[in-house]
Design a binder for this molecule. Structure first.
Ligand code: ADP
Ligand code: MG
Length: 220
């Protein structure tokens, strides 16, 4: 049984002339690394946002999405937060606190994890993504690419089995992106991963590539 099972998903934004997603069928197995391609405006973000109910856009929808055999909408907030790590394209959409350290610790404090374990995990994750030197900085003073590195480090701290990245490295230069990608590939091993990316180097680790054009999905 697929871990994520999307069946005949059709979705229209309010007042849109035509659906953004047309009868999308997509099954993702546990542990699979899937890359989603398509030109700007083809519906990539709209599709991925359907995989986390807290982010699902408002509009008219038909079809079904199952998570591990259970309708996705039945997952509790806590399950959603623990199971599915989501990184947006725009780093400013996901910053919730002031200092980089707080930004990293935020989700963990909510899970009531002891402080010393939080500190150890953050130190380890920060070294993967080269962000330790920014702990005391205000997140607002970081560049877009630096914010993206913090955002990617942050999802791994919660250790979610599913990772969804929507152009999460778009503000990085290609040398930094390659470094972050190596860290990401190592940490993502064994997890179910869905990414939207444009550079070939970013999707080289993918097991499967699917493309979306005008809301219709096809295997590459
Ligand atoms: P992609 O991520 O592939 O660039 P999106 O999923 O963001 O594409 O957008 C697909 C289509 O849906 C585009 O035509 C876009 O204009 C439209 N769209 C995206 N978000 C909204 C929204 N909140 N309200 C109305 N239309 C939207
Ligand atoms: Mg998008």
């Amino acid at each position: 049984m697929a871990l994520i099972d999307i069946r005949q998903l059709t979705f229209s934004y309010p007042a849109a002339a035509a659906p953004t997603l047309h009868g999308v069928d997509l099954q993702v197995e546990a542990g699979e690394f899937l890359a989603l391609c398509g030109v700007s405006g083809s519906g990539k973000s709209t599709l991925l946002r359907h995989l986390k109910p807290a982010l699902t856009p408002h509009g008219e929808r038909s079809g079904e999405i199952f998570f591990d055999g259970q309708p996705l909408g039945e997952l509790s907030e806590r399950q959603q937060s623990q199971e599915i790590g989501f990184v947006f394209q725009s780093p400013d959409d996901q910053i919730v606190t002031d200092k980089v350290w707080h930004e990293l610790a935020f989700g963990l404090e909510n899970l009531h994890i002891p402080q010393e374990i939080i500190a150890r995990r953050i130190a380890e994750m920060a070294s993967w993504f080269g962000i330790s030197q920014w702990f005391d900085r205000d997140v607002s003073t970081l560049s877009g690419g630096q914010k993206q590195r913090v955002a990617i480090a942050r999802i791994f701290l919660k250790n979610p089995p599913i990772l969804i990245l929507d152009e999460a490295t778009s503000a990085l230069d290609s040398v930094t992106e390659a470094k972050i990608q190596r860290a990401f590939d190592a940490l993502a091993k064994g997890r179910t991963t869905l990414i939207i990316a444009h550079r070939l180097s970013t999707i080289r680790a993918a097991h499967r590539i699917v493309s979306i054009a005008e809301g219709v999905i096809s295997e590459c």
